[in-house]
Design a protein around this ligand. Structure first.
Ligand SMILES: [Zn+2]
Length: 111
């Protein structure tokens, strides 16, 4: 986990910010990071890509991950029973960075 992912960005209430340092944050990050790697098949844009979980929506299965190159990925985890999931799932939207996230989070709040 790299420090200060996204710096000062404050997530709206429905998001669980996973950037903290306590054991629960660490556990929840590990859980969704493991789930992502379980669900992505070869050919998926995040297949075998190293990511850090950033936040999880409390209303749906969307999770935000930070990539090493500064981009962010919004992934709708499927919790598919027999992994990996079939392409193109899990549905993934790549954002150029934290500036794109503001728009995404605002739009997401209206769903
Ligand atoms: Zn949601």
């Amino acid at each position: 986990m790299s420090d200060d992912v996204g710096g000062e960005f404050v997530f709206p209430e429905r998001w669980r910010d996973l950037r903290g340092r306590d054991a629960a944050d660490e556990r929840d990050r590990a859980k969704v990071e493991r789930e992502l790697s379980r669900e992505t098949a070869e050919g998926h844009v995040l297949f075998a890509v190293s990511v850090n979980a950033v936040a999880a929506c409390g209303h749906c299965d969307d999770v935000l991950f930070a990539l090493k190159d500064g981009r962010l990925a919004c992934v709708h985890l499927t919790y598919v029973r027999s992994a990996p999931d079939r392409l193109p799932w899990p549905e993934t939207k790549l954002l150029d960075g934290w500036s794109g996230l503001v728009e995404y989070v605002e739009a997401h709040g209206e769903l």
